[in-house]
Design a protein around this ligand. Structure first.
Ligand SMILES: *[C@@H]1O[C@H](CO)[C@@H](O)[C@H](O)[C@H]1NC(C)=O
Ligand SMILES: *[C@@H]1O[C@H](CO)[C@@H](O)[C@H](O)[C@H]1NC(C)=O
Ligand SMILES: *[C@@H]1O[C@H](CO)[C@@H](O)[C@H](O)[C@H]1NC(C)=O
Ligand SMILES: *[C@@H]1O[C@H](CO)[C@@H](O)[C@H](O)[C@H]1NC(C)=O
Ligand SMILES: *[C@@H]1O[C@H](CO)[C@@H](O)[C@H](O)[C@H]1NC(C)=O
Ligand SMILES: *[C@@H]1O[C@H](CO)[C@@H](O)[C@H](O)[C@H]1NC(C)=O
Ligand SMILES: *[C@@H]1O[C@H](CO)[C@@H](O)[C@H](O)[C@H]1NC(C)=O
Ligand SMILES: *[C@@H]1O[C@H](CO)[C@@H](O)[C@H](O)[C@H]1NC(C)=O
Ligand SMILES: *[C@@H]1O[C@H](CO)[C@@H](O)[C@H](O)[C@H]1NC(C)=O
Ligand SMILES: *[C@@H]1O[C@H](CO)[C@@H](O)[C@H](O)[C@H]1NC(C)=O
Ligand SMILES: *[C@@H]1O[C@H](CO)[C@@H](O)[C@H](O)[C@H]1NC(C)=O
Ligand SMILES: *[C@@H]1O[C@H](CO)[C@@H](O)[C@H](O)[C@H]1NC(C)=O
Length: 511
């Protein structure tokens, strides 16, 4: 659909829309899809109801079809529209700024999830049009080019979203004048440049989501003045320098994601214990130093992603963790590609909520601890590419969350997790649909490949009914492959290669 401006002085707000719908063979008889599209649009209007009830939408008030049955215009004059929601349709074309000139009472405009092109009409608040605008959502379209100045004039604007487009250029400087802003979400674009310290002007800001862009430079020194910040996502950018100490003043932070940047420095200088609400911390793929034990005091943490960021520091030992009472809520721990040495430490056995443990690609020695099998929620274990030795513990074949079909309650309880887990899964691209996979969909998984594990594969392995991947390859396993593996009805991947096993690889699955 092509949206055009239609300026009629007498009318307070007028929408002129050209539909590029499926050509209908019956003149003046609209397709059912067209009708439902119009109805879903009408249901979102915060204005007096439209009398759109009859079957043929071409006869509805405000609708014009051409002689081929195309709906060519949608006119909604004198409706005093307050909210416009065209989200999740099949509209395309550009939205010229003049479109808003008569929209004097407009408070929200949501065109997310269409295929609009051209520039984001960011001069929407110029010339004192739309003085009440609070919410703008342009996300998930094909808008391109720069964000032109103008948003700074939107004195009531609280939410600005334009993520998942094709925007380039710098972060618009005048946005720092829109001091009512509570959310700025521009993820999945190609914006670049540094975020200016002027951002401290946006004292109401709670959400700053700039995930997957090309932002560089250092984080604003006084970012900590934004005391209402809750969600900060800078994953997959080019930020450099150290974390500003003021960040620890953002005590309301719930999520802090700084993964896959070029940040560095000794984070043990920072008092993370002040971030008492922090549930997700992603520092993955940076060059930080400072042992992770300093993060122990973050008692609310659910997800801690440190892969590839603390290379060569060593896993905090049990001695380091004697006074350890933190991490009670931890569900996800990713510490891959960090050149960790030593054994898997006993303090991990205190993490009774742990669901996901990723320790691949380190230098871990010693055995797989048998207590791993007692962690009640653990269902996803990656220990591949280490120097682990000893036998595969039978106790691991009793992992409670892999034994039975979980009941509905425990399924609902599974942790929702919408960002990449490990350094190996960073190959995302803008083609993917977002938000990404949730943890709920992560399969039961045991991967201990490429270690030095010896002895038999325990027959008890057949108890792990919910296992979807079992990778034991490139180890020193010997003996006969147990028949019980064929009990693993949910298994999708089985790799036993490069061992000293004999016998027949069992028939897997139901078909
Ligand atoms: C609604 O439209 C129908 C025709 O589609 C008409 O008969 C009816 O009077 C209209 N109702 C109002 C309240 O305008
Ligand atoms: C805008 O809202 C005001 C107050 O609610 C109302 O008096 C006025 O008629 C509205 N303007 C339009 C064009 O609907
Ligand atoms: C816009 O509409 C979509 C539904 O299509 C919704 O998910 C989104 O939250 C809305 N945007 C805002 C800012 O409310
Ligand atoms: C986007 O719109 C399509 C229909 O055009 C719908 O199927 C899909 O669920 C929408 N996606 C979101 C995230 O709202
Ligand atoms: C994205 O924007 C660039 C210029 O900024 C343009 O060359 C390219 O064609 C755009 N891609 C799409 C899919 O619109
Ligand atoms: C912000 O607004 C002030 C006036 O309130 C103006 O002088 C200044 O130029 C604006 N800043 C930007 C970056 O537009
Ligand atoms: C900060 O906001 C005030 C309005 O509250 C404005 O006058 C000032 O110019 C803004 N500063 C910057 C750097 O945008
Ligand atoms: C944190 O906030 C306190 C109180 O507002 C202030 O005194 C201190 O300087 C701030 N710290 C940093 C590093 O900005
Ligand atoms: C990481 O930071 C240290 C200093 O803290 C520096 O010596 C080293 O070169 C950095 N490594 C990379 C890959 O940037
Ligand atoms: C990993 O540790 C080994 C010694 O244990 C060292 O030789 C190697 O350079 C380290 N690699 C990195 C990338 O730090
Ligand atoms: C993205 O999708 C387009 C076509 O749909 C394809 O040509 C392109 O190679 C894809 N890019 C990546 C990085 O997968
Ligand atoms: C593998 O483990 C065996 C003992 O089971 C040991 O003799 C051997 O040295 C280990 N190999 C490596 C490369 O660590």
């Amino acid at each position: 659909m092509l949206v055009q401006a239609y300026n009629l002085m007498a009318h307070p707000f007028l929408l002129f829309l050209l539909f590029s719908c499926i050509i209908s063979t019956n003149i003046h008889a609209c397709k059912q899809t067209e009708r439902s599209s119009l109805l879903s649009f009408a249901s979102t209007l915060s204005s007096p109801p439209l009398n759109w009830t009859s079957l043929d939408c071409c006869r509805w008030k405000g609708i014009t079809c051409d002689q081929d049955g195309w709906v060519t215009r949608l006119l909604l004059p004198s409706k005093g529209l307050k909210g416009v929601d065209l989200s999740s349709n099949h509209f395309f074309g550009a939205i010229p700024s003049s479109f808003f000139q008569q929209a004097s009472n407009l408070t929200s405009f949501n065109v997310s999830n269409n295929t609009f092109t051209g520039y984001v009409p960011s001069s929407i608040c110029l010339q004192h049009s739309s003085p009440f605008l609070r919410l703008l959502d342009f996300s998930s379209n094909v808008f391109s080019g720069n964000l032109a100045p103008g948003l700074g004039k939107c004195s009531k604007l609280q939410v600005f979203r334009a993520g998942h487009n094709n925007l380039s250029g710098l972060f618009p400087e005048d946005i720092y004048n829109a001091t009512k802003l509570e959310e700025i979400a521009l993820p999945l674009n190609s914006l670049h440049g540094a975020i200016s310290d002027k951002i401290v002007n946006l004292t109401n800001l709670a959400t700053l989501d700039l995930y997957y862009n090309h932002f560089g430079g250092e984080l604003p020194l006084n970012l900590g003045k934004l005391s209402k910040l809750k969600f900060v996502n800078f994953d997959f950018n080019n930020l450099e320098g150290t974390l500003p100490p003021s960040l620890m003043n953002c005590t309301k932070l719930v999520e802090l994601r700084l993964g896959s940047n070029n940040l560095e420095g000794d984070i043990s200088m920072l008092d993370f214990s002040r971030l008492s609400q922090l549930t997700k911390l992603d520092l993955m793929m940076n060059n930080f130093t400072g042992a992770m034990k300093i993060l122990m005091s973050c008692k609310s943490l659910h997800a801690l992603l440190l892969s590839g960021s603390f290379v060569g520091e060593g896993m905090p030992s049990d001695d380091d963790m004697v006074d350890f009472h933190g991490f009670q809520n931890l569900r996800v721990l990713a510490l891959e590609s960090s050149n960790l040495t030593g054994q898997i430490p006993l303090w991990l056995s205190k993490l009774k909520n742990l669901e996901i443990l990723c320790l691949s690609s380190n230098q871990i020695t010693g055995p797989i601890p048998s207590w791993l099998g007692t962690l009640p929620r653990l269902f996803y274990i990656r220990l591949s590419d280490n120097r682990i030795s000893g036998e595969f513990p039978k106790q691991l074949c009793r992992l409670p969350s892999l034994l039975y079909e979980p009941n509905i309650a425990s399924q609902v309880d599974k942790y929702e997790f919408e960002f990449p887990l490990t350094s190996n899964s960073v190959s995302i691209n803008a083609n993917q649909t977002f938000p990404q996979q949730k943890l709920y969909f992560l399969p039961g998984w045991i991967d201990v490949s490429n270690n030095n594990i010896s002895g038999y594969i325990p027959a008890e392995i057949g108890q792990l009914q919910l296992l979807r991947k079992l990778a034991l390859d490139s180890n020193n396993f010997s003996g006969i492959i147990p028949d019980q593996i064929s009990n693993l009805k949910n298994l999708e991947v089985l790799d036993l290669s490069t061992n000293h096993l004999s016998g027949i690889i069992p028939f897997i699955g139901e078909s």
